[in-house]
Design a protein around this ligand. Structure first.
Ligand code: PAF
Length: 282
């Protein structure tokens, strides 16, 4: 297992891989790896020769300093987990300076409005931070394919837009949400949930599934009211937003159209831990 912490090192290796005409599959992560990440790596193995996983907690995408400080950093365990899949995986775990060269600020991007919805409303500057790091990582790793989980569906759409607008030569592959057996979407943040909150959290997906059922017969407005009411009665979970949106534009739905695909998006606080999830509705 090769672990690089400096871009010059990994860039040399990437040159050698490209010289052999091998394809690179890239899984960008912030570490604290779980089965969801491993499923992305599995997917990458299906259609790429060499797999690179980056592990980097990117400061510019956090709007909350405390959240950044507390984000789990478990490089040794992560490397062990990845080596259980294959010893040939290349890990790129840079320092902040290696990526930002002493200037830890995000570039500004336009993602044609996708960035102003949902997470963009509640986490100021988040997608500028994501765009900055993903673009830099793509420039360093030069992947043919890159894999993103659909738990962060808005991020997945924004990365596709980034690639389209900047004409980056990489194929973006979206992978289905990986869930615990109780339905909770896998997330590195789950390991920070205290016991009561961990037990309560599957309520999020349960509610999404009921919302999907109701969306078959009821208006978006009625479904939203129902979900908001469910959470207003909940003792441990606090709803930040529940939105039904057009899957392509991510704009909130006012009137349903049979021709469009919709998705429900949710953000919930379990104590101080913020959890997000989503479900395709039709
Ligand atoms: O989804 C994540 O873990 C991060 O947002 C990403 C894509 C690795 C960028 O830091």
């Amino acid at each position: 297992m090769k672990i690089f912490t400096e871009k010059t090192q990994i860039q040399n290796t990437i040159k050698q891989i490209k010289a052999k005409d091998l394809t690179i599959g890239f899984v960008p992560t912030m570490g604290a790896l779980h089965e969801g990440h491993l499923s992305l790596v599995d997917e990458a193995f299906k259609n790429s020769d060499v797999i690179v996983v980056s592990i980097f907690v990117n400061p510019t995408q956090f709007d909350n300093k405390e959240d950044l400080k507390k984000y789990p950093r478990t490089l040794e365990v992560d490397a062990k987990l990845l080596s259980s899949l294959s010893n040939d995986i290349i890990i790129y775990a840079p320092t902040v300076d290696d990526i930002y060269d002493g200037k830890t600020v995000a570039e500004h991007f336009s993602f044609d409005g996708l960035e102003f919805e949902m997470e963009g409303k509640f986490r100021a500057g988040h997608f500028d931070g994501v765009g900055t790091i993903v673009k830099r990582l793509f420039e360093i790793v030069k992947p043919n394919n890159a894999y993103f989980g659909k738990k962060d569906f808005q991020q997945f759409m924004i990365i596709k837009k980034l690639v389209e607008k900047h004409q980056l030569p990489v194929k973006i592959i979206g992978c289905e949400i990986h869930r615990e057996t109780n339905g909770l979407a896998m997330s590195s943040r789950n390991m920070r949930l205290k016991k009561d909150y961990k037990q309560a959290a599957p309520f999020i997906y349960k509610t999404l599934k009921s919302a999907k059922k109701k969306f078959g017969t009821k208006s978006a407005k009625k479904v939203i009211e129902w979900v908001e009411n469910e959470f207003s009665n909940h003792k441990l979970l606090t709803l930040e937003y529940f939105i039904i949106a057009d899957q392509e534009t991510l704009k909130p739905t006012i009137r349903k159209s049979k021709k469009k695909s919709y998705r429900a998006f949710i953000a919930v606080y379990a104590d101080e831990i913020r959890l997000i999830d989503n479900i395709a509705l039709n």
